[in-house]
Ligand binder design. Structure first.
Ligand code: NAP
Length: 277
């Protein structure tokens, strides 16, 4: 008899069928010849806490969390990393041996890792960053930009009070710009980020005028469906260096895979291909 158990992790969301994480984890498990399972779990808001409490009893060692549960799981968790607390949301839960649920947020890590991989010349010192959007993803992006040393962030959101709330959380490095004037942020920015859902399949197009974009600016979109959004296409035509959002999804999963399956996976061309099929 042996006490060996097969590690099981998963991803919780509502809906969950659109999640690419199962493909991603399956690819890494195969690539690194690891024994384990990664399971998509469709969980409603009403069942969220019960499911999270029962998963460790079923042999799960952790799970990723996607929309709409990222904020709620932080309240359910027993412990949280500083970055998850600062962002106010979690995308990774670790089920500890002592029974405690530990929440982390790796979205900001994924954002920066993707930016550095897609635009190796990018550095926090190259100049101000313009951020469109003030939802959950924007909180993770802004926390990571400040953490890595960016000194000035222009922030614009359709609903201005949400941008003001982010400024209250993150401080004076943020300058809030009205949504109708958001195109004005571009002239002074070395990096531009779309964190809104605009441009995503099934959502309205991103229509902010981009004439202010400077050649050589690093432009990235968190939307990865489609992979090349109109925002990125226009930025590329204006001579910008563009980075799509798929890499953020891949990189944010790295810490979870390493913790659960014992090896730090690479994000390479094969990884991208695996989630795009
Ligand atoms: P969220 O919390 O719902 O925020 C949505 C954001 O989009 C808000 O700023 C919202 O502005 C803005 N928005 C929505 N419709 C708009 C419209 N018609 N006009 C102007 N602004 C509009 O969502 P989230 O979690 O931040 O996610 C945002 C996007 O990032 C999604 O497309 C998501 O798939 C993507 N994402 C990608 C990754 C990745 O790994 N690549 C990770 C996380 C998120 P208001 O505040 O005015 O409503």
């Amino acid at each position: 008899m042996t006490n060996f158990t097969i590690p099981i992790a998963g991803v919780i969301g509502n809906p969950i069928s659109q999640s690419r994480s199962p493909q991603l984890f399956r690819h890494w498990l195969k690539t690194y010849n690891k024994v384990g399972f990664y399971i998509p779990l469709h969980v409603t808001e009403a069942n969220l806490e019960n499911v999270i409490r029962v998963l460790p009893k079923m042999g799960f060692i952790g799970c990723n969390v996607t929309a709409p549960h990222k904020v709620d799981v932080l309240q359910i968790a027993d412990l949280a990393t500083d970055r998850a607390t600062l962002i106010g949301a979690a995308n990774t839960l670790i089920f500890r041996k002592d029974g405690k649920i530990h929440a982390d947020n790796t979205d900001g890590y994924g954002f920066i890792a993707n930016l550095k991989q897609g635009a190796p010349e990018w550095a926090p010192s190259i100049g101000p960053v313009a951020v469109f959007g003030a939802g959950g993803a924007a909180r993770a992006v802004i926390a990571s930009l400040i953490d890595i040393g960016v000194q000035k962030i222009y922030l614009s959101n359709r609903t201005r009070p949400k941008a003001e709330a982010l400024k209250s959380s993150f401080g004076t490095k943020i300058t809030v710009v009205d949504w109708v004037q958001s195109g004005n942020m571009l002239e002074d920015s070395a990096t531009v980020v779309n964190t809104t859902s605009l441009g995503m399949v099934g959502k309205p197009e991103f229509r902010v005028p981009l004439d202010g974009l400077q050649r050589g600016t690093v432009v990235t979109d968190l939307v990865y469906s489609p992979l090349k959004t109109r925002f990125l296409t226009e930025a590329e035509a204006a001579g910008c260096i563009v980075v799509d959002g798929l890499g953020m999804l891949l990189h944010q999963a790295v810490p979870g895979f390493e913790r659960w399956f014992g090896i730090r996976p690479d994000v390479d061309v094969d990884t991208r291909t695996a989630v795009l099929v």
